[in-house]
Design a protein around this ligand. Structure first.
Ligand code: NHR
Ligand code: GAR
Length: 217
């Protein structure tokens, strides 16, 4: 990305609402990044339709066609590297990635996770926050490392948990914030303001707090 806009490949498995938020920001005049390709491990992912409607190249690498995670990840790497991206973004991508994959994109691989990390790594985060009786929940954008949902946070959005919340109502409140903070983090990266160094995040050269920058929604 020495010249021109940051080339971003987005990996999805499903609806792609975070992808849509990224596409919307990238379409604005003067946007510092462009989504050059969207890759899904699921052929039926609605995000593929969103990408096609935005005129973005799509492909499917179906994990069921590979004998091992290693084989799947190698095929994914080949597909991604065809695009010569500066940044790879997981947006509702649901396959755990091998150490080999993560090392290949180290420092240029981001994920958004629907919890206030380090709380609730893994799956079913909204249900777990409700079961625990938490008063706050949220989402975290982080650099991806070999440790699942354990890489250094970049930005976190905090939302209240309201009385009577269900998984659906809570997820909806969190996702409104996801659609704000993910484009923000990708913009920072594209402007070369973000770095992962020694498992910590730096913004404009300054160490961020361990939970990343914080916004309240
Ligand atoms: N890979 C690595 N190495 N590190 C991370 O931090 C990763 C990752 C791959 C995906 C996203 C993550 C999330 O935000 C993510 C972070 C899927 C699972 C999972 O258990 C867990 C965490 C995340 C994504 N996946 C099952 C699997 O066996 C499949 C589940 C399914 O297909 O529905 O891969 O939450
Ligand atoms: C998002 O809420 C994202 O945080 C979460 O899945 C949703 C995907 O929605 N990610 C994970 O749970 C990763 N394991 P989207 O497809 O509409 O962007």
């Amino acid at each position: 990305m020495s010249q021109g806009v940051c080339r971003v490949v987005v990996l999805i498995s499903g609806s792609g609402s975070n992808l849509q938020a990224l596409l919307d920001v990238s379409a604005k005049a003067g946007a510092p990044f462009s989504v050059c390709s969207v890759i899904s491990n699921k052929p039926a992912a609605y995000g593929l339709t969103r990408a096609a409607e935005a005129g973005v190249n799509t492909s499917v690498v179906d994990h069921r066609e590979f004998a091992s995670r290693e084989d799947f990840d190698r095929a994914l790497i080949t597909e991604i590297d065809n695009q010569q991206p500066d940044l790879v973004v997981l947006a509702g991508f649901m396959r755990i990635l091998t150490p080999e994959f993560v090392r290949h994109y180290s420092g240029r691989l981001l994920n958004i996770h629907p919890s206030l990390l380090p709380k609730y790594q893994g799956l079913h985060t909204h249900q777990r926050a409700l079961d625990a009786g938490d008063s706050e929940h949220g989402a975290t954008v982080h650099f991806v490392t070999e440790e699942l949902d354990g890489g250094p946070p970049i930005i976190q959005a905090v939302v209240p948990v309201n009385e009577g919340d269900t998984v659906e109502s809570l997820a909806k409140r969190v996702q409104v914030q996801e659609h704000l903070i993910y484009p923000m983090a990708v913009t920072w990266f594209a402007e070369k303001r973000l770095q992962m160094l020694d498992d910590r995040t730096r913004l404009d050269g300054e160490l961020l707090p361990r939970s990343g920058a914080q916004v309240t929604g």
